[in-house]
Design a protein around this ligand. Sequence first.
Ligand code: BG6
Ligand code: MG
Length: 221
Amino acid sequence: MQPTAFIFDLDGVLTDTAEFHYLAWKQIGADLGIEVDRELNERLKGVSRMESLERVLAAAPRPLNLSAAEKEHWATQKNLLYQELIETIRPSDRLPGIDGLLNDIRNAHMLLALGSASRNARFVLERLGLADAFDYIVDAGQIRFGKPHPETFVNAADHFGLPYETCIGVEDSAAGIAAINAAGMFSVGIGSPDALREAKYRVDDTTRLTLSGILEAYGIG
Ligand code: BG6
Ligand code: MG
């Protein structure tokens, strides 16, 4: 079957905001006496703000037993730190290879969607100068179940009215790859083989990402 659409994750795929999320969680962890290292961070990628906080709290040396209001407080603090960091984003912060790939997809007459778990997705897209690059955007505000649930990806395919098996999802997180696979779509992973074991096709970084490479792996190259 010919592929019809690409659904891109944002953080860590179009730009390196995954690093900003990490720095913000590291700071919150330090305030709470919890070490947030890169290994823990791998499990924060792709999941919602509150679920990320739960995973940080689960790494505490002793249970902290925070109330719902206290959790809201720390999630808000993390977001304030993150929002300070994303103020600096410029169009030149698009990751290498992304512009070429988006152009090639357009020229091949396939549809483009963005599927992000972030409530800051639209702001980041604006800062990157990519607000008009996508035919459809689905973010945390529109869905009930975050990644690894398939809803984000299914929502985009349903919007276009396309069969799931003709859609290709691009992700940097294990949770995101699981969501794409659960949606019955073809998953493209960007990152380490350890974290992205379940990806149908994987590259180390965005410089290795080409439409021809993806389509060959999908089966029509
Ligand atoms: C995802 C990130 O895109 O968005 C996660 O990979 C983040 O790390 C999630 O927790 C939610 O983001 P935000 O901006 O709504 O806190
Ligand atoms: Mg991501």
